[in-house]
Design a protein around this ligand. Structure first.
Ligand SMILES: *Cc1c(COP(=O)(O)O)cnc(C)c1O
Length: 394
């Protein structure tokens, strides 16, 4: 739908649409990529190990393996903790679909438990109660960068694989960096994440054996000292190129600035939206836990047509997206596993009312104000009043 089709919603001339996300890339990134191109060593070269070393140091992990995506990393991490055919993996239905799909790759079954209504992370008590004879792993997701209750999950004694794909820069309740507890933890570098390599991911852990296995399985099952004609286990091509790793190194160098900018935009939003009582904003940090800001997701009040709100925000030039759709209600999951509406009521309620709004480091007060006005307008009309964007902005 074009904004021009709705006279009332026409944007003032010169106002660009505001996207959901936008990477920060500059001369350092260009130079780093160019150096790799000129070296001719595009893959299996020196940038891979360098990126791994620097990333591990940054998050306080002993080991790191760069891989082709966050999904690939989660897949290899589940294999590394022993998830296989017939096993169960306890996880959250409120996530990006990849965190559940990876169990299915290994013919294991994702077992969902409901989420905490405040943090939106899997409810650790319910996860502990769901542990059974077939449970091979718990896969918590640090949703929207807020750390899951990892200490409680550790008490179950079940192997843990952390989906930290949204949580770079976050800290657990004890103040230590997400990823630093020794479990395999996976970060991702798609263009909307805190840092990007275009596509990419990394698995960190405290265990040398996990790294050795993942390094082999990402490269067709070849041991490091083995001739390329022989492979001693099944593997994949989940490698990350030197071009991507060079980009990642340049992004890591500016990580502090990127995280600070995201936190600044989040506080601008809290200031601007805090008074709108209809909206539920992301929970604030509790104790020493810290959110690694990734997206800004607000919950609309019950009764507002969420999908229509997204369309109307689009007409104002503001990108927005339902975020997340519940995984167990996706057609594949309903058909394959028999999941149905009503099983995870907190997740379903939150998921029905949540939208991601524009959030990226370069956002300024002007953009935040435009998003705020558009949201007010959408909420006003949803309540039946005819307040227009123009009237609100005066
Ligand atoms: C981004 C993300 C992933 C990984 O995505 P890729 O596109 O495979 O890198 C996994 N889980 C969550 C929760 C994510 O947000």
């Amino acid at each position: 739908m074009s904004a021009g089709a709705h006279g009332r919603h026409e944007r003032p001339a010169g106002q660009e649409p505001i996207p959901l996300a936008r990477p920060v890339l500059g001369a350092r990134e260009e130079q780093a990529v160019l150096e790799v191109l000129r070296s001719g060593h595009l893959s299996l070269g020196p940038r891979v190990a360098e990126f791994e070393r620097r990333f591990a140091a940054r998050v306080g992990a002993a080991q790191a393996s760069a891989v082709s995506s966050g999904t690939a990393g989660l897949h290899l991490a589940l294999r590394a903790v022993g998830v296989g055919e017939g096993a169960e993996v306890i996880t959250t239905p409120f996530s990006f679909v990849a965190s559940a799909n990876v169990a299915i790759y290994e013919r294991a079954r994702p077992v969902f438990v409901d989420i905490d209504p405040l943090t939106l992370n899997l409810d650790a008590e319910q996860a502990a109660a769901a542990v059974g004879a077939r449970t091979a792993a718990i896969l918590p997701v640090h949703v929207f960068g807020y750390p899951a209750d990892i200490e409680r999950l550790e008490q179950t004694g079940v192997p843990i694989v952390e989906d930290a794909c949204e949580a770079l820069g976050g800290a657990y309740a004890d103040g230590s960096a997400v990823g630093s507890r020794g479990h395999p933890a996976v970060f991702a570098f798609y263009a909307n994440k805190q840092i990007t390599t275009g596509e990419g991911g990394i698995v960190i852990s405290g265990d040398r054996a996990v790294k050795e296995r993942i390094d082999s399985e990402r490269n067709q099952g070849r041991a490091p000292n083995m001739d390329w004609l022989d492979h001693d286990r099944l593997g994949f091509n989940y490698r990350l190129s030197d071009i991507a790793c060079a980009l990642g190194i340049a992004q890591l160098e500016r990580l502090d600035g990127l995280l600070a900018a995201r936190a600044r935009v989040a506080s601008l939003y809290r200031e601007a939206l805090g008074d709108i009582r209809e909206l539920t904003l992301p929970c604030e940090d509790s104790g020493r836990a810290r959110r690694g800001w990734f997206v800004y997701v607000v919950q609309l009040p019950a009764g507002v047509d969420r999908d229509r709100a997204v369309t109307e925000l689009g007409a104002h030039g503001i990108a927005a997206k339902p975020y997340f759709p519940a995984i167990h209600l996706m057609s594949y999951y309903r058909q394959e596993f028999g999941y149905r509406r009503g099983q995870f009521p907190v997740c379903e309620d939150v998921s029905d009312r949540s939208i991601a709004i524009p959030f990226y480091p370069q956002m300024g007060e002007g953009e935040v104000a435009r998003v705020t006005q558009a949201l007010l307008s959408v909420l006003g009309r949803a309540r039946g009043s005819q307040v227009s964007l123009a009237a609100r902005s005066r």
